[in-house]
Write a protein that binds this ligand. Structure first.
Ligand code: IPM
Ligand code: MG
Length: 373
């Protein structure tokens, strides 16, 4: 007997709709194979929502998210806002509000490398072997959400970074639990030689570490961590860090994978969880069927894990690995011999439904492959 879930879908801007369509297609295939019922309710978010309603996260979208079992989210952002630092309403505000309103205090970003893609990373291949990292980034506190001010004369500004021990403890426990299931190594990244908040993180994490005696804890300053991620990335297992350090380090870590188009994420808290690719809206590629849907499809897999559907999630991951190792890849990975977004989605579904033989011999796969030489 399968399960029933209601999923709020926020495709957002740019390539968001392109990649989310493929994630839904894959979810539908899983639903069919395992007899689950997933229903989807679509809602507005980002620049698209600003154009239509004046707000980046309309109340109706928020209400829908709160009433759903999970949120599948594409991307937000539009160049017209990036070029205007004075814009009063920005698409990113919608994302920050969604995180705050849903209490999404933990952002989980796995970084996996694929041997056939080592050449795409600017990092030497030998350093990429055995890289398998999960970053736990605190998402609703710190400098992102502290008091902000610009003086009346416009000549000074402040952003404050505040953390409460409870905010640290709740994400730390999640990260330790995950480390227990993995290689039992947790690295706390902070700047405890300078920042009070970092010292609070250290004290709190050291306390919580006592509840998880099997997990080995390492502490690393963020400047050193930025360097270690490049010179010796395989030393990391679970990385635990505060909001802004996590933002920066997760973009840095993504270069290990070779393409931003491969990295999924989960944001979880006390209420509805949100699953989204870490890449942005890439407006130049919107609607062209060339974006990489892997990160969105892998985000859907993280959603299934969250529902407790681990076998289903792992089938999706295996299917994505199969596409990559057979060079069924999009333009970001192979600019000459690339397949379209929708073709990758179709191949992943074919693999899940054991139609691989048919799939790779299907003439239309060839037809849908780029002919640029
Ligand atoms: C991310 C993004 C966001 C962040 C932006 C879009 C506000 O960079 O999810 O990492 O800084 O958290
Ligand atoms: Mg970021």
């Amino acid at each position: 007997m399968g399960i029933q879930k209601q999923i709020a879908v926020l495709p957002g801007d740019g390539i968001g709709p392109d990649v989310i369509n493929q994630a839904i297609r894959v979810l539908d295939t899983i639903a069919k194979k395992y007899n689950h019922q997933f229903s989807y309710q679509f809602a507005l978010m980002g620049a698209d929502a600003i154009d239509k309603t004046g707000e980046p996260l309309p109340q109706a979208t928020l209400d829908l998210c709160k009433a759903s079992d999970a949120v599948l989210f594409g991307a937000v952002g539009h160049p017209k806002y990036d070029q205007d630092p004075n814009a009063k309403v920005r698409p990113e505000q919608g994302l920050l509000k969604l995180r705050k309103e849903l209490g999404l205090f933990a952002n989980i970003r796995p970084v996996t490398t694929y041997p056939t893609l080592y050449h795409l990373s600017p990092i030497k291949s030998n350093l990429l072997e055995h890289v398998d990292i999960e970053i736990f980034r605190e998402l609703t506190g710190g400098i992102y959400f502290g008091k902000k001010e610009t003086s009346i004369d416009g000549k000074s500004a402040l952003d404050t970074c505040t953390y409460h021990v409870d905010e640290i403890a709740r994400i730390a426990r999640l990260a330790f639990k995950r480390a227990e299931e993995r290689k039992r190594k947790l690295t706390l990244v902070d700047k405890a030689n300078v920042l009070e908040t970092s010292r609070l993180w250290r004290r709190t994490v050291n306390e919580i570490a006592k509840e998880f005696p099997d997990v080995e804890v390492f502490q690393m300053y963020v400047d050193n961590a930025a360097m270690q991620l490049i010179i010796n990335p395989s030393q990391f297992d679970v990385i635990l860090t505060e909001n802004m350090f996590g933002d920066i380090l997760s973009d840095e870590a993504s270069v290990l994978a070779g393409s931003l188009g491969l990295l999924p994420s989960a944001s979880i808290g006390n209420g509805t969880a949100v699953f989204e690719p870490i890449h942005g809206s890439y407006p130049q590629a919107a609607g062209k069927d060339i974006a990489n849907p892997s990160a969105a499809i892998l985000s859907a897999a993280m959603m299934l894990d969250h529902f407790g559907l681990h076998q289903e999630a792992s089938e999706i991951r295996t299917a994505i690995e199969w596409t990559i190792s057979n060079s069924f890849v999009t333009k970001d990975i192979d600019p000459i011999n690339f397949y379209f977004t929708s073709t990758i989605g179709e191949l992943v579904c074919d693999f899940i439904m054991n139609r691989v033989e048919d799939a790779i011999h299907k003439a239309n796969i060839q037809l849908r492959k780029s002919t640029i030489i």
